[in-house]
Design a protein around this ligand. Sequence first.
Ligand SMILES: Cc1cc2nc3c(=O)[nH]c(=O)nc-3n(C[C@H](O)[C@H](O)[C@H](O)COP(=O)(O)OP(=O)(O)OC[C@H]3O[C@@H](n4cnc5c(N)ncnc54)[C@H](O)[C@@H]3O)c2cc1C
Length: 682
Amino acid sequence: MLSIVSRSLLSHKSLLLLYTSSSAIRGSRQFRPLRILVKRRTFAAMPPKRKATVPPNAASANNYTDSAGDRANKRSRVSKPIINYLNKEVPPEKFTAKNDENGGPAEAVAAETINADPEPAFDHSRPEERSGIVDRRYYPAEMSNERCAQYNDNEIPRPIELLNKAVEESALARTSIRDQKRGESVIHWFKRDLRIRDNTSLSKASALAKEIGKGIIGVWIMSPQDWEAHLVSPAKCDFELRSVDALRKELAELDIPLYIEVVKRRRDLPERLVGLANEWSAKNVFCNIEYEPDELRREEELVKLMSEKGINFEPQHDDCVVPPGTLKTGGGKQYAVYSPWYRNWVGYLHAHPHVLDELPIPGKNPVGFRAKYKALFDARVPDAPENKKLSDKDRERLHRLYPAGEAAALERLERFLKEKVVMYKDTRNFPSKNSTARLSVHHAAGTLAARTSVRLARDVNKTKKLDGGLQGIQSWISEVAWRDFYRHVLCHWPYVCMHKPFKFEYTNVAWEYSDPNFEAWKTGRTGYPIVDAAMRCMNTTAYMHNRLRMVTASFLAKHLLLDWRLGEQYFMLKFIDGDFSANNGGWGFASSTGVDPQPYFRVFNPWLQSEKFDEAGEFIRQWIPELRDIEGKEVHNPYAKVGTTAARTAEKNGYPKPIVDHKLARERCLARYKAGIGRDTA
Ligand SMILES: Cc1cc2nc3c(=O)[nH]c(=O)nc-3n(C[C@H](O)[C@H](O)[C@H](O)COP(=O)(O)OP(=O)(O)OC[C@H]3O[C@@H](n4cnc5c(N)ncnc54)[C@H](O)[C@@H]3O)c2cc1C
């Protein structure tokens, strides 16, 4: 196919709450109000505690989610789904004491604006639910800090451990099914691995099929509920659908059918897979593991369910270059800091070079298989669900920008390695240089394995050492490694996928939920050109450069003090490369709540970032037409001085003035974080 491939392939002035926590429940969200001092406004004391309920239509969600978190959560209500709030399809509810069913001081949240006091009262009445961050159709109420601590203390088994246990406990039964070499076909279930090359599970399924003299059937199931629960963007849905179509065609050339089906309710998926295996007399079903908790639990269920039904279900590690759980600190723990983890990652791959070897591509299905399963070859890729459809204009643009499928991924990788990787280290931070690989969309959809990327980059280096040779290649490989790092974190600290920050004590920072500021950030109208250019670029292209992801995320969390999870979710709803762990990791870094983060007292100065990484203002002028006529450095901050030509031009063209004062915002941020972290009410 491609040459390179074939070669190897807080004290609010109006309200002050003081709390004490009983030592028995320290670290939990169970508070004992000590004293309430009301200076100007009077609110009811803490709302009554009540047990969180799961809405009746959330049945599917609780099949897999950590609903036990509800035990420790005292208040909850069914909130508007995030998708409505973020997309403004339904205006967010106005919160008043009247409609706040907990009777709590809800209006305090809505009333706070960016210029409010630096330390408002810490509000325990679950703003994350009222603002839609927790979509209660699919998820239980936010987990308590206490439960997070239990995960940390190994008191609660992690979903990956439960999957491993199920695999171990069923090993005998499954091996015996396998050894009997029965069945008329072998199934590979495609998920986020939409490729035929270098695909662990597909390769193993193919080897087994050959051994038993049968053929493989590929299955791809569209689950609109999964897409909704995971906030998959319309751009990403469209990319996946196009990639599935490309995959279908490639498989057909090997006489492998790709069976496609839409399963309406996500909880029905395991039973449906069993049904398909029975229909096709398949005794062996393979898939690659997805590392989010719901997916791990689903795979655990499938291992057990299929075993009971006499089917061998084999989930494989494939998505990471080095499987989660492999790398441990000297003390046998999971790393929470990237640099030592990375040294270990490199060392492991040097010691086990075969991990990077390309896996065999599946062979052709046996003669007669196509005729026998003729109907399966007729499957057509479905349209995206209504709430995930792109406009014609967006579709046309995104198809042009992001050719889908494995062949396009490999072609892009080859071009990047030939033309850009050498300079990557020096150019990677400059958005207008277009110097990065733009492969995240392919890594996220699995049209390209991270393993393939690392191997092929290594193979164009002067050495087989991943941390040697050309600086650009070393640097690029270390970026691909970040993807692994955040997946390892996700597996070990699964609560990061349950609306909790890695540093769960940061839950106690009093975040803002101001609608106008969030709207200004989303639409690129904050008055900070670099932030606005980045947001407008993302809204148009469904992609944002890494440096700008850091700047815009930091701006939302630190300048606007908005709950970082609002931004995290908005990114997911927009990105074509939306990927839970990479996105969550990035937001954790930028908001200082995550693993190996930026310290909270480091607040990016957007103007300095802009001058450094978009020195000539090219990127700003490309995305903000209102500022195109401003010459020189003033484009970075046109309102820096009153009455200048730059300020007049910006104003005349309708470009907004900064919605926050940088210095004040920084001071407020430091005070708010400090108060939050110090709050002894975790
Ligand atoms: C707030 C924030 C949100 C992010 N959200 C996502 C997301 O939803 N999906 C996503 O894939 N990446 C995300 N990233 C990471 C990073 O910005 C993108 O992976 C990168 O910009 C993709 O462009 P590229 O393919 O040209 O990257 P390159 O610079 O060419 O890097 C090569 C590959 O390495 C991986 N990679 C690079 N940087 C990172 C990183 N910091 N974390 C994890 N993997 C990385 C990607 O798979 C990427 O394709 C986020 C970063 C931040 C700060």
